[in-house]
Design a protein around this ligand. Structure first.
Ligand code: KIV
Ligand code: ZN
Length: 510
């Protein structure tokens, strides 16, 4: 199977559909991006359409590397052909791209001409263009497009017969556009196959699919497997109406299908952003591969699968690894009412804060309730809840102060259920002694273990330098984690106990 030949039409079909078509300086930027992507051919414009486009085609032809096919569009009229040849003749491989409809509907209602007359015009135009380009550049080529080929189901024999003559007249690439996508891909692909089988093998079959029904990528990919080697695509899917076939989708779909795609896929994402900025056509939230949401997961099940396969080449819920197209952003985990504990764990850890999966489980209903009201929660709001529910837990206890009395004895000042207490306790350090002091209120918790860590700048807040994490076992045997920060490690430890007590008191009446 031949390697696909990527023929880019952003600068012609894409450009002609822009609200403000590009000028030379813009076209140059896009052209460079196409070279970075390593496309095989670029249709640089429609030279007869304006002096500005003529100049742009000329300049880009001069900039083109020697292995790039540079193509200029022309109707089957002499003046267009002369302008196109003049504009692109200095490219190493210039190609005149002629087009004329052969669709019965279009010939009758738009051209108002008999099929035989249209056929004659096409054949003569190809002959003329061939002579003109060969006069000035031996490498010159001719491409002929059957505009509205997708509408030629009923007269396909006539089309094939005409194409044979067109090939005899000098065309080496036959482009078959679905100028308006009206029906199913299979119908179109079957027609491609018939043309492929009717023309000599040295003729390149090309497809050019518009995306009116959203199936242009599918049609293009399947056409390739049916013998169309040249694939006409546009960056960001720019083009008339709903656009042309999306370049990136075709390249990645073929790559994923095991085809050796001659494109530098890693340049896709940066190209897409520039093209969107320059065309002023935003990338839709849901655009495949390049959309902001294309790698976002919001349901708990998808988040779980996505995170379990995060660093693998194949992901549970994504078509590619983001790095394949040069996306630096990871799969995005958004928290909504549909999301789960894994998302909480991931969002908080990714923001740089410590959290355990047990804490994420405890926080889930609280964060979920907030999400039910507003939809997807911003990370800042999740972090706020996290702090309120782990570091500054509001509840029956309010720790005020503690001091060392003597040896293993400490005194703790705190409020419990609106009453102030000063209780002494004894133990192996202030944590042990605190647990001991609480027994006087019939609060029986066991200190399982504790850890301390220095806080990084982000989490420090006002002067805090230490963070304590204590693990208590409550009277029901459950492990509860309390956290606190303070400039003194000892105070952070005791505060962490009171945070844990507030967590316990929320769940059971102490
Ligand atoms: O959509 C179309 O038919 C075209 C032709 C000029 C190739 O753009
Ligand atoms: Zn088109």
């Amino acid at each position: 199977m031949n390697r696909p030949f990527f023929y880019d039409i952003t600068l012609r079909d894409g450009n002609q559909a822009l609200k403000k078509p590009w000028q030379l300086s813009d076209k140059k930027i896009i052209f460079e991006k196409l070279l970075d992507l390593n496309v095989q051919a670029v249709e640089v414009g429609f030279p007869a359409s304006s002096d500005m486009d003529f100049e742009a085609c000329r300049e880009l032809s001069l900039m083109a590397p020697s292995n790039l096919v540079v193509s200029g569009l022309a109707r089957c009229v002499k003046n267009d052909i002369i302008r196109a040849v003049e504009a692109i003749k200095d490219a190493k491989i210039p190609r005149v791209h002629l087009f004329l409809t052969l669709s019965p509907f279009h010939m009758k209602y738009v051209l108002n001409k008999e099929p035989q007359d249209v056929r004659k015009t096409a054949i003569e135009a190809v002959k003329f263009a061939y002579d003109e380009i060969k006069k000035v550049n031996k490498e010159g080529q001719i491409q002929f497009s059957v505009e509205h080929f997708g509408d030629c189901g009923e007269n396909l024999d006539f089309v094939i017969d005409t194409l044979k003559e067109i090939v005899k007249s000098g065309a080496t690439t036959i482009n078959l556009p679905n100028t308006v996508e009206r029906t199913r891909p299979k119908t179109f692909v079957d027609m491609i196959e018939r043309v492929r089988n009717s023309l000599d093998n040295h003729i390149t079959i090309s497809v050019h699919n518009h995306n009116d029904l959203g199936m242009a990528t599918a049609t293009t990919v399947e056409s390739y497997f049916s013998g169309a080697v040249q694939l006409e695509c546009a960056l960001n899917g720019l083009g008339e109406r709903a656009g042309n076939t999306n370049f990136y989708e075709v390249a990645v779909a073929l790559h994923n299908s095991g085809v050796d795609v001659p494109i530098d896929l890693s340049k896709i994402y940066e190209t897409a952003l520039i093209v969107s900025q320059m065309s002023k056509v935003p990338i839709s939230e849901k655009a495949p591969l390049i959309g902001p949401d294309a790698l976002a997961h919001r349901s708990g099940i998808h988040q779980d699968g996505a995170l379990k396969t995060k660093d693998m080449e194949k992901g549970a819920y994504r078509p590619i690894h983001p790095s394949l197209i040069g996306r630096k952003d990871d799969e995005k985990i958004g928290f909504t009412s549909q999301s789960g504990k894994t998302a909480i764990f991931e969002i908080i850890s990714k923001a740089g804060y410590p959290i355990t999966i047990q804490e994420a489980i405890r926080l889930q209903p609280i964060i979920k309730e907030a999400a039910e009201k507003v939809g997807e929660l911003p990370t800042a709001q999740i972090i706020d809840i996290y702090f309120n529910e782990t570091f500054n837990v509001k509840g029956d206890f309010k720790f005020i102060h503690f001091c060392h009395i003597d040896k293993g004895t400490f005194e703790y000042e705190f409020r419990f259920k609106d009453k102030d207490y000063k209780l002494k306790g004894t133990g192996n350090g202030p944590l042990d002694a605190c647990v001991d002091a609480l027994k006087q209120l019939n609060i029986n918790v066991k200190l399982l273990h504790y850890e301390q860590s220095a806080l990084d700048e982000e989490i420090k807040g006002s002067g805090a330098t230490a963070m304590s994490v204590i693990h208590l076992e409550d009277s029901k045997g459950r492990e509860i984690i309390g956290r606190a920060r303070h400039e003194s490690t000892a105070v952070a430890n005791v505060r962490a106990i009171f945070n844990a007590l507030n967590i316990i008191s929320k769940e059971e009446n102490l």
